[in-house]
Structure formats: structure tokens, C-alpha cells
Design a protein around this ligand. Sequence first.
Ligand code: ARG
Length: 467
Amino acid sequence: MSNDPLANKQQAWSALFTEPMSELVKRYTASVGFDQRLWRADIDGSLAHAAMLAAQEVIGADDLAAIQRGLAQIADEIASGRFAWKLELEDVHLNIEARLTALVGDAGKRLHTGRSRNDQVATDVRLWLRGEVDQLGLLLADLQRALVAVAAQHTDTVMPGYTHLQVAQPVSFAHHLLAYVEMFARDGQRLVDLRKRLNQLPLGAAALAGTSYPLDREAVARELGFDGVCQNSLDAVSDRDFALEFSAFAAICMVHVSRLAEEIVLWMSQNFGFIDLADRYCTGSSIMPQKRNPDVAELARGKSGRVIGHLMALLTLMKGQPLAYNKDNQEDKEPLFDTVDTLAGTLRILAEMVGGIVVKPEAMERAALKGYATATDLADYLVKKGRPFRDAHETVAHAVKLALQRGVDLAELPLAVLQALDASISADVSEVLSLRGSLAARQVLGGTAPAQVRLQIERHQQRLAPS
Ligand code: ARG
């Protein structure tokens, strides 16, 4: 039997153990099936740790050279799919370390000096997630750009704005889309903000208490691009709130996605008919030949469920854990991985699909004309003529009632009928009652007037311009 504890892991963990691990325990506790995804972060972390150990004269320059050579070969093996992952070596960390020792001997066994898998895994997950956060930031920007591009074509396209899904007031399609741009912009800000807390180095905390070796944690942090160093070793190995924050960001973002997806589904249904989707984003039915379904939007809506579920899983994972590291933490990975994959995949396809939206302005306008969407404008008109708002509100209710009885829109009521309700009404009311008049009147900052919306589009275009 060799005296390499990792090589002997098939037998037992260390000399302390009198029997090997049970097969079931081995399978139950292993994470290598999924955490091998962290391999590059693991190798980067090890390289920085080893370089610092050598600079601090904890290991020799020859050891460092051997470690660098071995890890380079391992990176090659993994990237090309030749690396033999072993379940009995439990996780990505032990797999790589065992291979390193097989390749370079004692230098490989020195790599773990002043380190524990506890600070190692915390470092790996942060490094990996940082890269994903940066990718997601780009995808979020792409989606916003796609929405702004469609909006720019539709500042004068009128659709009904809804409250309670009842026609409320006219808005432009551009204005409606820009509401989602605001949501995704805030999601992007959340990413930037959580990245600061994520980007702190745990390494050097060792198992939980710090280490007796003269480590230079700041140097490792600089080398790995961290903004700083975790200031408490117990916290460093046990904190996963960076994952909770990320997961909360992702859940919120998927809720925004889901709301947009829901609207796309509604708008495309025959009952609305506001938009169509290019064929390449639609699916058919195996039984109903006439069907063209918005499956992508439905799936995006549906996938919000699993991302929200992962947030619940992670919160629950953390809530009962005493300090410091517990094996529970190994359960953080699959929810995190799936969250990243689901969100990235969804943002990517949505950004593309938004470009495939075919707008039907006539249908939107017809719907806006149906629900007395300019009733508030008539009330505002009366207020400008000196009537108290509450009285104006009541007068307009009577006007709507008359229009309903006649089956016409407010704009179609004869002037004389309106004047019988309030003598101050004059011919200029027709502009007020028109959809475009209503839109143009909402000149307040953030309002739906085309001039305001164009200002917003310019602001977004500048903000999202590739620098
Ligand atoms: N695979 C483990 C995880 O993901 C690595 C840390 C294990 N540490 C330990 N003391 N067992 O959390």
C-alpha cells in the first residue's frame, strides 16, 4: 500500500480508519458528477495559492514549477475530455489533487499546505460565479438592446394600457416595452451590486480558523482578481449569502422574464391579435394543423418556477447551519448551476425572439378604441375648464353610459350630447378624445407621450452603447 492518502482512498480516508467507506456512502457523498464543472476555477485557485506559497518560502521554487507543470497538463486533459474523473475521489478538488500528485509526486502533496477544501471550494464557487455574473450582464444588455430597438419603431403605435386587465388608458407599444427595459436595467444593477460582495477571497481561512503558515492573502486576491479578502475565517468558509443574493437576483429577473413572456402569449392569442411571432420562434401541433404556438414564451414563463424554487432550496439549505463549514454546503452547487444555465439560456433566446415580434398596429388601435380609454382625458379636459375633478369624473361616467347605450366610442358621441352633460365642452374636445391626443397629452417625465418616450429611448441607447 502506498502512503499517499489520496491514492488509498478506495481503502480508507486515513490511517485512522479501520475499514473502507461503504459503497452507498461513497455514492451518496460524492459531488464530482456535478462539481467537475468548477475545474478551471479550482486550477486557477491552486496556481495562485502555490505561487504565493513559493513567494512566502513555504514551498520551494522547484515545487512551484512542478505544480505549474502538472496543473497545466491536467487542464489540458480535462479540456480535451481525457481526464479520468473518479467517484472514489469524491469531488473536483480531490480528483485534481490526486492526479497532480500522480504526475509530479511530492510537490503535488505540498499544494494543500495552509489550505482546506473548505476555503478552496468557497473560492472556486465565487470565481466560477463571478465569470457567469459577467456573462449574464452581457446577456441582459443584449435583451435590453433588442427591446429598445423594437420600441424605437413604435413610439406612435397606440395600444390599450391596462389595469386589472381592463382597458385603462392608451399607451404606446414603445412605452410598454420600455417598462421591461427598466426592469431588466434594475436586474443589471443588482448584478453589479452583488458582484462586489461576491468578489472577496475566502482562501486563507483554511478549515475554519485561519492557518499558522505566513500566507499573503492579499497577494492571492490580487492574482485572482478579487476586490478584497474575507475578513473572518469562519465566515469565509461558511458564507453562502453571495449565492443567495445571486439566486434572488435570478429569481427576480425570471419573474420579469415571465411577465413579458405572459404578455407575448396573450398578445399573440387570437383574442388580442396584437402581435405575431416569426415562424422560426413558433411550434406547431401534432393534431391541430392550424396551430402556431408561442412555446418559447411559455417555457420562459414556466422556467421561472425552477429558478424561484432554487432560491427557496438555497435559503432552506442555509437556515439551520451552525458555523462553520458543513457538508450541507455541497448542495449549493446544483441549484446554482441550474439557475445560471436556465437564466442564461432564457435571456439568450428571448433577446433573439424579441427581434421576431411582428407588430399589428391596427389591431392594437382597434382594441384601444373599444374600452373608453380616453375617459380620463375627458375628465382632465373638464378640470381645465374649471370643474372640480370629482364632478368631472361623475360627468364622464354619464358620458360613458350614454356611449355604451349607443354602442359607440366617446369620440363618436355628437358634440351636442356632450354639451348637454356639461356646457363648457366645445369642439376642441374631439382632439382630447382621440387616442393620439391622449398620448400626446402625457408629457410628464416618464409619461407615454411620444416625445417623452423618444427621450427615454435615447437615454437607453446611450446607456447600452457598447463602450
Ligand atoms: N465537495 C465539498 C463541497 O462542495 C468540498 C468541501 C468538503 N469539505 C469537507 N470538509 N468535507 O462542499
